[in-house]
Design a protein around this ligand. Structure first.
Ligand code: 8YV
Length: 331
């Protein structure tokens, strides 16, 4: 049986499917696999299941002479050198669709929590501070920002961006979007309006980032662009940390260029720089956009379906690098 190595424990449904077709080894440790161990583990594998910050590049490919397919447990695949994989005839797959709704829900979780200062308020109650102040209620307590009927600007209008917009309709919002290409069908369905990025930033009360990380989107939100935003605006990032220049963002939050930020992703993960920890106007999460039982099981199943299809000589259902078909046949 061909061998697959899985770099972190994924839901059992996917592992079970894989075991019927592959010899499966899973890195069960809760800590990330050390690079040198990964390099050792891939020596005799035919397939690899990877995720997040594991850099899958020429170094790994050199160490894995039998490797034919990398199934990323994520929709984003900025951790993989896809060009190099394609050159070597290695298939790369991802997990779109199954996590779209969970991730869009989480963008909204961050948006609402930041706008209504939920984390600050929770701390206030939980710490006993409320009782200490002996104020049962005050009309000026924890004033936040209105959401209903406001303007949302979505940067990146793929599956997740559009799912975020669909929810915004229920909040009676004006929907602006920016993306590499115009999306006429989504414009019609959602009443969304395409705007150049600068205009979108100037006009939005909430800016939500849903772009993939590429050379073009690295530090897309920098000092100059943060300064275009309204001082009452809130930035939400569920995409990739490197889409935002963190140092500029910290200044924006401290100096009031913008009102707040909800962040699920960071330039370095795990995030441990204290600059953001001291600010009340941010809500922080440890990259859990797709962390629902349903989405994570869907991702596990899709990873398995991709690998099994490949093994059976079929084109994997969510192949990222279609050009690889010219280099090598599946199987
Ligand atoms: C993943 C994500 O859970 O899909 C993505 O691109 O960021 C998350 O859904 C995470 O990257 C683990 O690989």
């Amino acid at each position: 049986m061909p061998k697959v190595f899985v770099t972190r424990a994924i839901p059992e449904n996917g592992i079970k499917m894989l075991r019927e077709h592959f010899e499966v080894e899973v890195w069960e440790d809760e800590h990330e696999i050390p690079r040198e161990v990964l390099l050792e583990k891939v020596r005799d594998v035919d397939a690899l299941v990877t995720m997040l910050s594991e850099r899958i590049n020429a170094e790994i490919f050199d160490a894995a002479p039998r490797l034919r397919i990398v199934a990323n447990y994520a929709v984003g695949y900025d951790n993989i050198d896809v060009e190099e994989a394609t050159r070597r005839g290695i298939y790369v797959t991802n997990t779109p669709d199954v996590l779209t709704n969970a991730t869009a829900d989480f963008a909204w979780t961050l948006l609402l929590a930041t706008a209504r200062r939920l984390v600050e308020a929770d701390k206030f109650v939980r710490s006993g501070e409320w009782k200490k102040r002996d104020v049962a209620w005050h009309p000026l307590m924890f004033l936040g920002y209105d959401v209903y009927g406001k303007t949302i600007g979505i940067v990146g209008f793929g599956r997740i961006g559009q799912a975020i917009a669909r929810r915004a309709k229920g909040f009676g919002m004006k929907i602006l979007y920016n993306s590499r290409t115009r999306k006429p069908e989504a414009e019609k369905e959602l009443g969304a309006e395409f705007k150049p990025l600068e205009e979108l930033l100037r006009e939005s009360d909430f800016v939500v980032l849903a772009v993939p990380l590429t050379k073009e989107t690295h530090h897309l939100i920098n000092e100059e662009r943060l300064k275009l935003m309204k001082p009452t605006a809130i930035l939400v990032n569920i995409a990739r940390g490197k889409v935002v220049d963190t140092e500029a963002l910290v200044r924006a939050l401290k100096d009031g260029w913008i009102a707040g930020a909800g962040l699920d992703v960071f330039e370095e993960e795990p995030y441990y720089h204290e600059e953001l920890f001291s600010l009340d106007n941010v809500v922080l999460a440890p990259h859990i956009g797709s962390a629902t039982h349903g989405a994570r099981e869907g991702m596990a199943e899709l990873v398995a379906r991709n690998l099994i299809a490949f093994k059976n000589g079929e084109v994997p259902p969510t192949l990222v690098n279609r050009e690889v078909l010219k280099v090598r046949k599946p199987g």
